[in-house]
Structure formats: structure tokens, C-alpha cells
Design a protein around this ligand. Structure first.
Ligand code: ZN
Length: 199
């Protein structure tokens, strides 16, 4: 069971986000120990409703915006300032699958090192070959095809990472995260190469 937080003003349990009480609309103080998941009212899991995340983010941004604090106490205005920063940080963590994976592992007591390289020799070989093949491409059509393939490859790694979390197979996470980082890099490199050809 995760810890329950109560509204500092009306004492109602905060069932959604930890920014504002939906019962009395009071702004809440920041609890530094809270994960970005709980902060936004999500269960701590890798698969995440991205539409809901976008909605919550936009909603909370409005809630903590300086222009919306006219009727609030000085204390709440201070909370709003701190939340304005934390809302964005938490959103960026949840939105990025690699940061999200890192935050989840942190909750499990495991610090994920994002500098870790792919360990599986076969996967590493494949990745290096893909990098090599990209450097040999010179036509726009070939690079576009490479980008399409890279998108598929990235989606597959995302599925594998999601599965590792669903099955609580945390040992598999660092390798999948490393593979995702490589896949994202290949995709970015290919996009960059295409941009330079087009311009
Ligand atoms: Zn309240």
C-alpha cells in the first residue's frame, strides 16, 4: 500500500494528484519523497495513458500558474511557485520512457545507470551494423526507409521494456533501456542525415 496523503486544509484524502485538493481546491505543500507517478495520480507502472498524462499536465499547469493565485494565501502562492517547477519536471520524467523506467526502478530500490551499454553481443553487433549501414546511405529514399525501420525497431524495444516491467523482470530492464537508447539514437541520426540532405 502506498502512503495516503490528506489535504492540509480540509483533511480529505488526496486521491488524485498531490497538487490540489479536488474537494476544497486548496493547493498542497510539496512532499519531496513523492514519485512523479503519485504526484500526477498515476499507478507506478511503465504503461501509461499518455492522453491522460497530457490532460493532467495542462490542467495542473493552469492550476499552479502565477496569474491564477490572486485569491490565494501567501503560503499557497509559495506552494504554487514550487509546484510550477515540479509539475514540469514530473511531466518530463513520465513522458520520456527512459526517464520513466529509471523512476520506476528507483521505486524498486535499483538505480538505473543510463550510461550502460548493450551487453548481449548479438544485439550489439546488429546495432553496430545498423549504424554502419546508415553511414553508407546517400539517397533520401533509402534514408526514409531506414527511418521507417528504425521506428518499428524502437516500438519493438518499447514493447519488450513494457513486458519486462509487467512481469517484474527487473534484471532485464537495464539491457532493454540500453537498447532503447541506441534505437532512439539511430532514429535521431537518420532524421538528422535526412534533414541535411533536404536542406
Ligand atoms: Zn481539501
Amino acid at each position: 500500500m502506498s502512503k495516503t496523503y490528506n489535504c492540509v486544509s480540509c483533511k480529505a484524502p488526496l486521491e488524485e494528484n498531490l497538487v490540489i485538493c479536488r474537494v476544497c481546491q486548496a493547493l498542497q505543500p510539496i512532499y519531496s519523497e513523492v514519485s512523479p507517478f503519485r504526484y500526477f495520480g498515476f499507478d507506478p507502472q511503465f504503461d501509461l495513458d499518455e492522453l491522460k498524462l497530457e490532460r493532467e499536465y495542462l490542467d495542473l499547469q493552469v492550476v499552479v500558474h502565477p496569474d491564477k493565485q490572486a485569491k490565494r494565501s501567501a503560503e499557497e502562492c509559495e506552494y504554487a511557485k514550487s509546484h510550477a517547477i515540479k509539475v514540469t519536471q514530473a511531466y518530463e520524467t513520465l513522458k520520456d520512457p527512459i526517464k520513466r523506467a529509471q523512476a520506476l526502478m528507483h521505486l524498486k530500490g535499483i538505480e538505473l545507470n543510463l550510461e550502460t551499454h548493450i551487453q548481449d553481443p548479438e544485439l550489439l553487433q546488429q546495432t553496430l551494423e545498423r549504424q554502419e549501414s546508415l553511414s553508407n546511405l546517400s539517397s533520401k529514399a533509402a534514408i526514409k526507409a531506414f527511418i521507417d525501420e528504425s521506428e518499428v525497431a524502437e516500438a519493438i524495444v518499447m514493447q519488450e521494456l513494457s513486458q519486462a516491467f509487467r512481469e517484474s523482470n527487473f534484471d532485464a530492464v537495464p539491457e532493454r533501456v540500453a537498447a532503447l537508447r541506441y534505437a532512439q539514437k539511430l532514429y535521431r541520426d537518420a532524421r538528422m542525415k535526412l534533414m541535411h540532405l533536404t536542406s
